[in-house]
Design a protein around this ligand. Structure first.
Ligand code: DND
Ligand code: ATP
Ligand code: MG
Length: 252
């Protein structure tokens, strides 16, 4: 059997280093704590728990259903209650419906993704409201696997101030979740962006996190999987690059 490359790290050490890293990031910004969107999924649960350990009471979780799965909302609220994380809830479903209808009044109708990507961008707007109100940073949940292939909404869940999980692949986040005592119902849940009914990361990506993570860490993958990963990585590289600006000498 192939060795488990995700089990090799010391996750207690990683936990402690990430707590330090978060504290340094917030201190360098001259601010007090962190705000995190709580989806009921593993990435936000791990991020919220790390922030709580880093900032104690100076940490806010925000649950923002937007035509979302009721179980996810319950899991998010349960996690907050279990760890004593302060939580507020904003249901964005009606705002989303109004906003989309308003946009469509222009006569321009977008496809499924144009509409669905509004959801994470509304959440981003709410998170920045709370961050500014409380002198916090917006702490994102994006992991290395998602960043590698650009599997996030630009200026949505990608619109953040710090990304503590950005150097860990998804399966490593799972191991970290165990050390943080995240409930197994959350750890074992199928990853989903929750943008539409039945959406799962792996079916949309066209490969598994196991395959993606193995490729990121070892460079090994079936040729057709490698091709898919590299294609997405190139296509979405703009999402992790600074915004292009023309060189002054080329235009003046
Ligand atoms: N070369 C380029 N240089 C600069 N900008 C470029 C560009 N190509 C496109 N763009 C811009 O980027 C936009 C497309 O990017 P974007 O708006 O992000 O949209 P897109 O990548 O099409 O969709 C987001 C993807 O992330 C997934 N997602 C979203 C949210 C959460 C999660 C999750 O893991 O939970 C996953 C979602 O299911 C979907 O597959 C274009 O409309 C255009 O404005
Ligand atoms: N209903 C929601 N309420 C609050 N925040 C949300 C909600 N849905 C998504 N988010 C935010 O968007 C982030 C990106 O979603 P994503 O699905 O990648 O992470 P996750 O749900 O934590 O984990 P998983 O990828 O395993 O589903 C979440 O981690 C969370 O911060
Ligand atoms: Mg999710």
């Amino acid at each position: 059997m192939a060795k488990n490359i995700f089990a090799e790290n010391d996750y207690t050490k990683i936990k402690n280093r990430l707590i330090d890293w978060l504290q340094t990031g917030v201190k360098n910004a001259g601010l007090k704590g962190a705000v995190v969107g709580l989806s009921g999924g593993i990435d936000s649960s791990v991020t919220a728990r790390l922030c709580q350990l880093a900032f104690g009471d100076e940490m806010l979780g925000v649950v923002m259903p937007c035509h979302s799965n009721a179980q996810d909302r319950e899991d998010a609220l349960k996690l907050a209650a279990e760890f004593g994380i302060e939580v507020v809830e904003n249901d964005l479903s009606e705002i989303y419906d109004h906003f989309l209808a308003n946009l469509e009044q222009s006569g321009i109708k977008g496809g499924k993704l144009a509409a669905a990507n509004i959801k994470p961008r509304l959440r981003m707007t709410a998170l920045y409201y709370y961050a500014q109100a409380k002198d916090y940073l917006v702490v994102g949940t994006d992991n290395w696997s998602e960043l590698k292939i650009g599997y996030f909404t630009k200026h949505g869940d990608g619109g953040i101030d710090l990304a503590p999980l950005g150097s860990l692949v998804k399966n490593e986040v799972k191991k970290l979740a165990e050390v943080l005592e995240i409930p197994s119902a959350i750890i074992d849940k199928k990853p989903s962006a929750g943008l539409w009914d039945g959406q799962t990361d792996e079916s949309e990506m066209g490969f598994s996190y196991q395959e993606l993570d193995r490729y990121i860490l070892t460079g090994e993958a079936e040729p057709e999987i490698e091709k898919k990963i590299e294609k997405l990585s190139v296509k979405n590289s703009h999402k992790v690059a600074p915004v292009p600006i023309p060189r002054r000498e080329d235009i003046v």
